[in-house]
Write a protein of this length. Structure first.
Length: 343
C-alpha cells in the first residue's frame, strides 16, 4: 500500500479531524515493526503522529483498540508522560491516533538496572490506591486468569491448540516433535507447582481478590519500549492491557525473549513492584511459584506462527513476511527457551 493510496483513505483525515488536528495530510507511511496491527506514521504540517489499524478476527473476541486506548487515557489522566498520548479513535474502523514518540529500540543486552527501575516506577504509578476507581472502566487484561489452576488450564489449552497443527511441511513436522517434548515438560512442571503451592499454604483454586489485582500494561518489557534522545524511557503497545494477576505481570516481564531481563534482578523487582499491595509477601511467593508456568507459556507464545489465526494476524501486520521463514525462526527460539528451562 503506497503513500499516495493511503492519503486517499479518508480514515486518516477523519482521525485528524476527531483529534482536532489541522487536516493538512502530507504523507502516510506504513511503518514496520507492528507484530499484530498495522502502524502508520502520519506527516502533517510540521508534526508526526502514529495511526494504528487493529487486527480483528471472528474467533478472537479481544477488543485491542479499546484495551490500548482506555489504558493510555487512564495513564495520561495520572500525568504519565512515558507513554504515547491518545488523540482520537474510530472504533468502527478499528483505528486510533496517537502521539509520535522519537526513540530507539532496545537491543538484547542493552537493559541496565536503572531502566528496570524506571519500569517499576511506571507500574507503581499505574497502581496507586485510586486505581480501584477504574474497576468498571478498564477491561481485564488479555488472558487474565486469577487462580493458579485456571492459569495451568490456559497453558494446557495453548499446548493442545499447537498439538492440532497439520504437519504439511518439514518445519511443521519439527514443530510437532518439539510440542510433544513441551507437553511432557509442562505436565511435570504443573505437578511440581501444585505441590510447591500446597507446601506454601497457597490454595491453587483460590481466586485472587480484587484488592490484590493490578492494572497491568501487559506484554510488559523492553521489547515494547523506546529510549528517547534524552535517555528517557517510553513504553508502547498496550493492546492486551487491563486488570491482571500481578504474578503474571512480573513473570512475563522476565520471560519475554525478545529483549531479555537478567533474572538476577527478579527478586528485587518482585519486592519493589508488589509494594502496591497490602500483602506484598504473599504476592511475591505466588509469583516465584508461578514463574515456571510462564516460562512454559512463552514457549507456546513464540510458536503462534504455526496457528492459522495468529499467522493471519502477522500477515495483516506485515504482508511482506515469509510464513515459512517466520516459522523456522520461531521454532528455533522455542527450542532455546525450553533448553534454558531444562538446564
Amino acid at each position: 500500500m503506497d503513500s499516495a493510496k493511503l492519503i486517499e483513505d479518508q480514515h486518516f483525515a477523519a482521525l485528524l479531524e476527531a483529534a482536532g488536528e489541522t487536516p493538512d495530510l502530507r504523507s502516510v507511511v506504513s511503518c514496520a515493526g507492528g507484530g499484530n496491527n498495522r502502524i502508520f506514521i502520519i506527516h502533517t504540517n510540521g508534526r508526526r503522529l502514529i495511526a494504528k489499524w487493529y487486527f480483528s478476527h471472528p474467533s478472537d473476541s479481544r477488543n485491542r483498540l479499546r484495551a490500548e486506548y482506555t489504558f493510555l487515557d487512564y495513564a495520561h489522566h495520572l500525568g504519565l508522560t512515558c507513554v504515547p498520548k491518545p488523540l482520537a479513535c474510530l472504533p468502527d474502523e478499528r483505528m486510533a491516533l496517537y502521539e509520535f514518540i522519537e526513540g530507539s529500540k532496545f537491543q538484547p543486552g542493552g537493559v541496565a538496572a536503572h531502566h528496570i527501575g524506571d519500569a517499576i516506577k511506571f507500574f507503581l504509578r499505574l497502581n496507586r490506591p485510586e486505581r480501584r476507581r477504574m474497576k468498571d472502566t478498564l477491561p481485564d487484561a488479555s488472558e487474565a486468569y486469577f487462580s493458579i489452576t485456571t492459569q495451568i488450564s490456559a497453558i494446557q489449552r495453548r499446548i493442545a491448540r499447537l498439538s492440532d497443527i497439520s504437519p504439511a511441511t518439514p518445519v511443521d513436522e519439527a514443530a510437532m516433535h518439539f510440542i510433544n517434548r513441551l507437553r511432557r515438560a509442562f505436565d511435570s512442571t504443573a505437578v511440581c507447582i501444585v505441590e510447591t503451592a500446597g507446601n506454601s499454604n497457597i490454595d491453587v483454586d483460590a481466586v485472587l481478590s480484587d484488592e490484590f489485582r493490578c492494572i497491568s500494561p501487559s506484554d510488559f518489557g523492553f521489547h515494547n519500549a523506546l529510549l528517547g534522545p534524552d535517555g528517557k524511557l517510553y513504553f508502547l503497545d498496550f493492546e492486551y492491557a487491563g486488570w491482571d494477576d500481578p504474578a503474571k505481570m512480573a513473570c512475563d516481564f522476565f520471560c519475554q525473549p525478545a529483549v531479555p531481563v537478567d533474572e538476577r534482578h527478579f527478586d528485587d523487582f518482585l519486592k519493589r513492584v508488589m509494594a502496591f499491595s497490602s500483602d506484598p509477601a504473599s504476592l511475591i511467593t505466588r509469583a516465584r511459584i508461578m514463574l515456571p508456568l510462564f516460562r512454559m507459556k512463552w514457549c507456546c507464545i513464540v510458536l503462534n506462527e504455526f496457528l492459522p489465526e495468529s499467522a493471519q494476524r502477522r500477515r495483516f501486520a506485515d504482508p511482506s513476511a515469509d510464513p515459512e521463514e517466520c516459522k523456522r525462526v520461531q521454532l528455533s527460539k522455542a527450542n532455546r527457551l525450553l533448553d534454558a528451562i531444562s538446564q
